[in-house]
Design a protein around this ligand. Structure first.
Ligand code: FAD
Length: 391
């Protein structure tokens, strides 16, 4: 027989950036919440992301001022306020890996830059840096290109997840939920670890897991799309820090490099961008060879001979778009008593939460239940991939 149900205002499924951010904000607004995580917190896309808090510059590479560029433009300032203790969530103490993200053009790709700087979205958000202002990796006579500083920052995402888990208080539950529901009402029944959870509203924030949850609950919409990537990791003791997009011949960055601290004191370059998007069909060895070739062309003065190499296949989960295009905004859709969401970017978690809270307000959902003492098993926090992939 079932034990007594757990009553809560809002029940969230999924403890990545979207679920954890929303959870902390709802707690702060006086809602009782339960957040159910089936794996480890951050273990989906979030802790595998590059941690760049975009301000829209990458979108502006397409040369047009999209709505995305507008929605995302405010995000770095909101995250910075959280980091200095004056924002909507207190993220003081979270490790900032770089106060700036950079863009570099290797050599003479002037035509591309012209379109780039013609973009209105960029005005006031990009400065060329020279001389002593250059990041150390570019401060060599061997470098002939140009470097621009973007108004974007790079965070240690596993550390963000750790802090958001602290802010979650008693709301976390480790377990796999079983759902019942339908496309009109949303979720009509939820069991986890042998307990029933009764909530005013449910939120599906399980990233790629949303698809199976929706199916399990008998909810037919919204549809999800996957965008696979194969990231490359380079680990070494003496790697210089690089936080930059390299501009190539297409509007997409040729390669995006972020640098992450490993538990053993070494550093890891994490390579994304076009390299990771076009590398999905390659074997790990072939992609590593391609990455070595790219880095040999772009940063030939950096000695990588003693480094270890690995790749990480990982999938972005997003709301389905026509022709598999990239969605630009955080996505949320109400299905009866359930909100289905995908932030589409880590950086957009604050925006996604605004949208979710606005929807709850529109539906006149008020705090009703005291925070339940769940007495449930607690989810672990995902270990960074740069600590688990090299063995
Ligand atoms: P996830 O982080 O995937 O979290 C979903 C959680 O739900 C997971 O913890 C999972 O275990 C859990 N879950 C799954 N199924 C269930 C279930 N049935 N029940 C309970 N829990 C479940 N964005 C940026 O803004 N900047 C970047 O630099 C950036 N770089 C990226 C690099 C890579 C390689 C990738 C893949 C993405 C990157 N992104 C970036 C995008 C960003 O990571 C994602 O948009 C964001 O992390 C998605 O967060 P989420 O909480 O929706 O999903």
């Amino acid at each position: 027989p079932m034990t007594t149900p757990l009553h809560t205002d809002i029940c969230i499924l999924g403890g990545g950036i979207a679920g954890l951010w929303l959870n902390a904000r709802l707690q702060q607004q006086g809602f009782s919440t339960l957040l159910i995580e089936s794996g480890a917190l951050g273990s989906g896309q979030s802790s595998k992301s590059q941690g760049i808090i975009h301000g829209g510059t990458k979108y502006a590479l397409h040369g047009k001022l999209t709505t995305a560029a507008e929605a995302i433009a405010g995000m770095p300032a909101r995250w910075r306020a959280c980091l200095d203790g004056s924002g909507e969530l207190d993220l003081q103490g979270v490790r900032v890996l770089s106060a700036h993200h950079y863009l570099w053009s290797p050599g003479s790709l002037v035509s591309n830059l012209a379109g780039f700087f013609a973009s209105k979205a960029l005005r006031g958000r990009v400065d060329q840096v020279k001389g002593s202002e250059l990041p150390a990796v570019f401060a060599t006579p061997a470098f002939r290109g140009k470097v621009y500083r973007l108004s974007e920052l790079v965070l240690d995402v596993p550390d963000v997840v750790r802090r958001l888990a602290e802010l979650a208080g008693d709301s976390l539950i480790a377990g796999s939920a079983t759902l019942e529901g339908d496309s009109q009402s949303g979720i009509t029944g939820l069991q986890v670890n042998g307990r029933q959870v009764l909530a005013q509203r449910y939120v599906l924030a399980a990233g790629e897991g949303n698809e199976a949850l929706l199916k399990g609950a008998g909810i037919s919409q919204p549809a999800m799309q996957r965008r696979p990537l194969q990231m490359v990791l380079v680990k070494g003791a003496a790697l210089p820090p690089v936080y930059a997009h390299c501009l190539g011949a297409s509007p997409k960055p040729r390669i995006t490099i972020t640098t992450h601290p490993c538990a053993d004191g070494q550093w890891c370059w994490y390579l994304g961008g076009d390299l990771a998007e076009t590398g999905t069909d390659m074997s790990a060895d072939a992609l590593i060879a391609q990455a070595k070739k790219e880095l040999g062309e772009l940063l030939p003065w950096v000695d990588l001979s003693d480094c270890q190499w690995a790749t990480l296949p990982v999938t972005r989960a997003e709301p389905a778009q026509s022709s598999n295009a990239r969605p630009d905004n955080a996505f949320i859709q109400a299905v009866g008593n359930t909100l289905v969401c995908w932030p589409t970017k880590l950086a957009l978690a604050p925006d996604l939460t605004d949208q979710a809270m606005a929807e709850l307000q529109r539906q006149a959902v008020q705090p009703q239940h005291a925070q339940p003492a769940s007495g449930q098993p607690q989810p672990a926090i995902a270990a960074p991939v740069w600590d688990t992939l090299f063995r």
